[in-house]
Design a protein around this ligand. Structure first.
Ligand code: ZN
Ligand code: MN
Length: 485
């Protein structure tokens, strides 16, 4: 989606994130995914009359930590409110959420792209209980029926609300990628979309650029992947654009995105937004937040993924795709820094080997970098051998594989495996002459300007040396031999 010449989109995102506590938000039931339905419940999370909530301190701690990680200001007092609505996944008739207060306000998330860096403002971060999960897509559910699984009810759910400042589906994706990485690194959630631990709702309105006020907002729920979010926003932009161009009016609705058809469809839920009748939760007293507690919370929260991306793009010469791999693959960033420091001759070669051959080896083996005995110093030493012409690239790959299986020193492996590069001109010249004698057609082709024919001669020499000949020397000698008498 891009804005057209005349029209533009304004997008806001609300992200619900399950916090990884041991127990639920207002009771002691386990916070777990995948247990048999309705086995992790008690009167509190079932919403039975007379049961009373008790706030989970660890959920508060993780929520505050998240608020800190997205650079929010944290208030002195935190209070909870009742959001009243009736829906089967919430049988007590209200959700204990935060409305008048929140865990944090006015933060921001820095994102990155090929065009540079940007910032999306975060309006608030608040805490609420998750609801029961409606189940209809399982074998044990009869057609037309919906069952409820209360294992999810009461799991601590944090909501991160962006300001409506996002201009395109692409920018929305970049914000989500950066937000998700920030929260994972802060250790507050695994943010696993497939397990429903990270759920995206969005609102989008389209207006003519010359209109000062925002158009009517349309909400889209049920976005369970980044791809779905982008597709839904693209679809909805076009839909609203068509209506506006035709002189019509966009109505305020809540839509579901249907993954199968790629269309947005109105939800069956009545629009209840205007009538939640919020009031302070009488069963939970407000919590005073000492400033010393907040100071300690920040511990271990670094400058965030944006800062690391900046370093990789600007100081290490990585592309965005490379930098994301280096910044977010476990163990890569520290390894890169150590290897680049040990190598000293510019980080670009280290980047190439790490995102290239090292990654390919790891994929083939199904391993993490830390599972292998490869040391940053060893990779740096291998790169220096390459620079010195002591090893060629195919042989260096073999050495790397050995380093990743058994560790050791590159020079010693080179020696032991007989992989050292042959750069001796006399030895190579002899082989080039043999190659020329064996390939008269290739020689004639090269002389008539067909450079590709060189491959036959290079291939001959490489075969005779088991790939160990220095290709630069081989090429120089081919030129010399063909020019000669
Ligand atoms: Zn419970
Ligand atoms: Mn919510």
């Amino acid at each position: 989606m891009a804005a057209t010449d005349e029209y533009e989109a304004t997008i806001g995102l609300e992200v619900h994130v399950q916090l990884k506590t041991r127990t639920k938000l207002y009771c002691g039931c386990a916070n777990e995914f995948g247990a048999p339905p309705n086995t992790l419940t008690c009167p509190v999370c079932l919403g039975l009359p007379g049961s009373l909530p008790v706030i989970n301190g660890e959920a508060l701690r993780l929520g505050f930590r998240a608020a800190r990680a997205v650079k929010c200001t944290i208030p002195d007092v935190v209070s909870f409110d009742r959001k009243n609505y009736f829906y089967p996944d919430l049988p007590k008739g209200f959700q204990i959420s935060q409305h008048f207060g929140a865990l944090g306000f006015d933060g921001e998330v820095e994102y990155w792209s090929d065009e540079g860096f940007g910032v999306i403002a975060v309006e608030r971060v608040h805490l609420e209980e998750d609801t029961a999960k409606a189940v209809h897509a399982e074998a044990y559910v009869r057609p037309g029926e919906t069952l409820l699984d209360f294992n999810r009810a009461g799991i601590p759910l944090m909501e991160v609300v962006s300001r409506p400042v996002i201009e395109s589906a692409t920018q929305a994706r970049r914000y989500i990628v950066a937000l998700r990485q920030t929260l994972v690194e802060a250790g507050v959630s695994d943010c696993d979309l497939e397990k429903g631990a990270f759920r995206i709702d969005t609102n989008i309105s389209v207006k003519r650029k010359d209109r000062p006020t925002l158009g009517e907002q349309v909400e889209i729920k049920n976005l369970n992947s980044l791809k779905a979010m982008e597709a839904a926003l693209e679809y909805e932009f076009e839909r609203q654009l068509e209506i506006l161009k035709g002189g019509g009016e966009v109505k305020r609705v809540t839509l579901h995105y249907d993954d199968a058809t790629g269309e947005t469809v109105p939800t069956r839920i009545k629009e209840l937004r205007a009538d939640y009748r919020y009031f302070g939760e009488p069963d939970l007293p407000p919590v005073r937040v000492p400033s010393s507690y907040i100071d300690d919370l920040g511990e271990g929260i670094g400058p965030g993924p944006g800062a690391r991306m900046r370093e990789l793009l600007e100081r290490y010469g990585a592309t965005v795709a490379e930098a994301e791999m280096l910044a977010f693959t476990r163990g890569y960033y520290d390894f890169l820094k150590a290897a680049a420091a040990a190598y000293g001759a510019g980080p670009r070669a280290v980047v190439n080997w790490l995102v290239g051959d090292v990654t390919r080896e790891l994929k083939e083996r199904g391993e993490q970098l830390s599972d292998t005995p490869l040391k940053p110093g060893a990779l740096a030493a291998l790169l220096r051998l390459l620079d010195a012409g002591d090893v060629n690239v195919p042989a260096a790959r073999e050495v790397l594989a050995e380093l990743m299986s058994s560790g050791g020193e590159p020079a010693a492996i080179l020696e032991a495996k007989g992989l050292a590069q042959i750069s001796d001109a006399a030895d190579i010249e002899k082989l080039v002459r043999e190659a020329a004698a064996a390939n008269p057609k290739a020689v004639a082709d090269i002389k008539s300007g067909k450079e590709k024919a060189r491959r036959a001669l290079v291939g001959y020499v490489m075969k005779k040396t088991a790939g160990r000949a220095n290709p630069k020397v081989v090429n120089e000698l081919i030129a010399k031999v063909l020019a000669g008498p």
